[in-house]
Design a protein around this ligand. Structure first.
Ligand SMILES: *[C@@H]1O[C@H](CO)[C@@H](O)[C@H](O)[C@H]1NC(C)=O
Length: 620
């Protein structure tokens, strides 16, 4: 009741502040955003105050009580109600507590792909007061051991299909005293214990909340790995409060209780797990879970399951737009798409082709303390500033020197905010309402993300690493990620910009642009890894004409590498660093290589050209 009064009063207040702006184009969107922000702020405030701690799990259990027979997860040919999911997770929790001796505060690494067991395991571990560490199921050997060790886990639970990968690192795990379980009924390998048989025998009776009595809202709930552009992955600490905060995106996007959400992004990342799965739990909706994204089955699945909300990352939308056109492209019930990384050209293509779908693009890093939401559907923007958001959170775009790779300072040694419409580094003030929990067991990387003495002595900001621009209307645009640029001939080249131009060629399906080092030259010269459309040729003349018309000479890719598939990470991020290291030596690379000769045409790369470049006989 109190919250209702508070809510009405605050909404009235928001209306008062907004009324003078009634003339502006986005008045109603701004107002609606204000109302949901206030609602969310109150929900979060209430959640944080609750004793004992009210976690995402409690949110789930409330939904189980509210609608036990509503479908929660649909996976392949099976579906599970909220109540069934609750019972399945009770069984898993009992099996783990009996056979692994798990207790409150233990960390368990989950190493499996998208399947219902992923969800049962996480619920089970939360019921036991344990922390789940969500390993990327594509990593192997050294990286796997690294990620596992990041979070001090003493237990590993792996999917049946990942037995081989576990066996590879088993000696190291055994040496560290790790208990390893696999989701199958038998396992003959010494050191790996079967789990499924134990789960089947366990009771599905509820577990006592006493088992998690010491968990509070600031306790870690999850470790999620961020795939940086360089170095090994880092485990971002997601506490219970943070988990709640990130789930509210679905509220802002006005996801309704009768919606059906399609999750084909990996559950080991924030988008799929937090914004997707946990967001769905907060809304109490049905999730259609897919093992993997498939462009050719995407819309058939949406039709089959009556999907109304989809989740995306930019690449997914591009893959969808690249599929052959069909008559039934607009025949589906999808009304809303939530995600990030959608570029303007794909955005427009997507809408034109698949119909009137509301796109809610948002911005925020897994470990970041602040983000934006584009609640107006403005094509190309990653967010919109809002006075309430600004009132509650301190952030700024600061001048950044891309050459020195550091913020520009004024005479007093402080950072300088860029004027409206100019590009700057996005930084968010770290404070109680916008905390940064950092990375597990990695003080150095945690400190690296912090900027001190930004505007006054002693203040502390989170360095997003992203260059953004905010226009007069308050729309936020992504410009570049620090590191996604290279410098050549004294100029900064944004890799995404060059890639966008290559994508305009009708025979190019995918393009990944990066810089490569050349002996005797400063900086890096541009190179592109390109995937051609099926049955299309690499038309050297057309490429040359195009890059000449659209790009300054320093930004034109001097080398092009044709690939059957552009290699991407588990979240479809392009692998620029690895390609950059592989360089342009035709002896070392089996893919067809082209060289932009004398800035007048692309010719096949030869060993002779390579030698002349490395010897300095040809100056680039
Ligand atoms: C999808 O909706 C149609 C029409 O409303 C209905 O007949 C069908 O049973 C639904 N399918 C599923 C899988 O819910």
């Amino acid at each position: 009741m109190i919250t209702y009064i508070l809510y009405t009063a605050l909404a009235g207040l928001a209306l008062l502040v907004l009324l003078p702006r009634l003339k502006t184009r986005y008045f109603f969107q701004d107002l609606s955003f204000a109302i949901s922000s206030i609602k969310i702020a109150i929900s979060l405030y209430t959640i944080k105050k609750r004793k004992p701690c009210y976690s995402m799990l409690d949110g789930f259990l409330d939904k189980v009580a509210k609608h036990p027979h509503k479908k929660f997860i649909i996976f392949e040919e099976s579906s599970y109600t909220y109540s069934q999911a609750d019972k399945e997770s009770n069984k898993v929790a009992r099996a783990l507590s009996t056979h692994a001796g798990l207790k409150e505060g233990d960390t368990v690494a989950l190493f499996l792909g998208n399947e219902p067991h992923f969800v049962w395991l996480w619920l089970a571990l939360t019921k036991l007061g344990c922390i789940s560490s969500l390993l990327n199921c594509n990593i192997r050997s050294k990286s796997l051991v690294h990620c596992f060790s990041c979070c001090d886990a003493k237990f590993l639970v792996a999917g049946a299909d990942l037995k081989q990968a576990v066996e590879e690192v088993l000696p190291t795990l055994t040496e560290q005293g790790v208990r390893v379980f696999i989701l199958s009924e038998h396992c003959e390998v010494e050191g790996i214990e079967s789990l499924s048989d134990k789960v089947q025998q366990a009771s599905d009776q509820p577990l006592s909340p006493q088992l998690r009595a010491n968990v509070n809202i600031k306790s870690p709930a999850l470790y999620i790995y961020t795939s940086g552009t360089t170095g090994l992955p880092k485990a971002a600490i997601i506490n219970h409060e943070r988990l709640w905060r990130s789930t509210f995106l679905q509220s802002i996007a006005a996801v309704r209780s009768d919606d059906v959400l399609f999750v084909c992004l990996p559950l080991y990342h924030t988008s799929g797990f937090v914004m997707g799965l946990c967001g769905a739990i907060e809304r109490g909706i049905t999730v259609v879970l897919k093992r993997k994204f498939s462009a050719s089955n995407f819309w058939n699945d949406c039709r089959k399951y009556n999907v109304t909300v989809i989740q995306y990352i930019g690449e997914i939308m591009r893959y969808l737009c690249n599929t052959p056109k069909r008559d039934n492209d607009k025949d589906h019930k999808v009304r809303l798409a939530l995600g990030n990384g959608l570029r303007s050209d794909t955005w427009e293509d997507f809408l034109q082709r698949f119909g009137d779908i509301c796109i809610c693009e948002c911005y925020g890093a897994t470990e970041g303390n602040l983000g934006f939401v584009n609640y107006c559907g403005k094509v190309g923007a990653i967010g919109k500033e809002h006075f309430l958001h600004k009132m509650g959170n301190k952030y700024a775009l600061i001048k950044y020197d891309t050459e020195k790779e550091e913020p520009v300072k004024n005479s007093k040694g402080f950072c300088i905010e860029v004027p409206k419409g100019e590009t700057g580094l996005f930084v968010g003030k770290i404070e109680e309402r916008a905390p940064f929990s950092g990375y597990a067991k990695n003080h150095q990387q945690t400190e690296k993300k912090k900027l001190r003495d930004v505007f006054v002595k002693g203040d502390l900001y989170f360095n997003s690493g992203d260059l953004l621009k905010i226009d007069k209307e308050g729309f936020v645009f992504f410009q570049d990620r620090i590191g996604d640029t290279f410098r050549w001939k004294g100029e900064n080249v944004a890799t995404t910009e060059v890639a966008d131009h290559l994508l305009m060629l009708d025979f190019v399906e995918e393009a990944n642009v990066y810089g490569v080092k050349v002996p005797g030259h400063e900086g890096r010269v541009g190179m592109a890894a390109v995937k051609l459309k099926e049955n299309m040729d690499f038309d050297t003349k057309a490429v040359y004409q195009h890059v000449k018309n659209y790009l300054p000479s320093y930004a034109r890719p001097r080398f092009v590498r044709l690939q059957d598939a552009v290699v991407v990470t588990g979240t479809f991020k392009q692998m620029k660093v690895k390609l950059g290291q592989e360089g342009f030596d035709p002896d070392a690379i089996s893919d067809p290589l082209f060289y932009l000769e004398d800035n007048n045409n692309y010719v096949p790369m030869t060993q002779q050209i390579f030698n002349s470049i490395t010897d300095g006989k040809i100056r680039l």
